[in-house]
Ligand binder design. Structure first.
Ligand SMILES: [Zn+2]
Length: 124
């Protein structure tokens, strides 16, 4: 079993993904500090740089506004297409059922109207 000493807390830990975050450019394929230290560091970093981070996010949004809104529109379009595809598929799969239902509805309406005309014929 490989062991690795965390560069921050100096604990000797098994060099597994449980203890260390994978890092493709590191010597052993893991971060030099253990997961706990990385999480602590990351949390601390976010706290220390909260303004910077939120500014960065805002800036990112500003810089990529068009891109982001385009993506949103694209997603919407994709959803719409998927939905209409689904509708088409549903129609294809239930074509007979739908046409029977439509015919039924049509007949009912027809029936109503003939009843109506009968009704009006009889009572007029
Ligand atoms: Zn550590």
């Amino acid at each position: 079993m490989n062991y690795k000493v965390c560069s921050k807390c100096k604990r000797r830990l098994e060099a597994t993904e449980e203890n260390f975050t994978k890092h493709p450019t590191c010597k052993f394929g893991f971060h030099s500090s253990c997961k706990i230290c990385v999480a602590k560091y990351y949390k601390q970093y976010c706290q220390d740089h909260r303004e910077k981070v939120s500014k960065y996010n805002k800036k990112y949004y500003q810089n990529n506004k068009e891109e982001l809104s385009r993506k949103k529109a694209e997603q919407y379009q994709n959803k719409k297409e998927a939905f209409s595809k689904y509708n088409k598929k549903y129609y294809q799969e239930h074509k007979e059922e739908i046409s029977i239902k439509n015919k039924q509805r049509y007949r009912e309406r027809e029936g109503e109207s003939t009843n109506d005309s009968k009704f009006s014929r009889t009572y007029l």
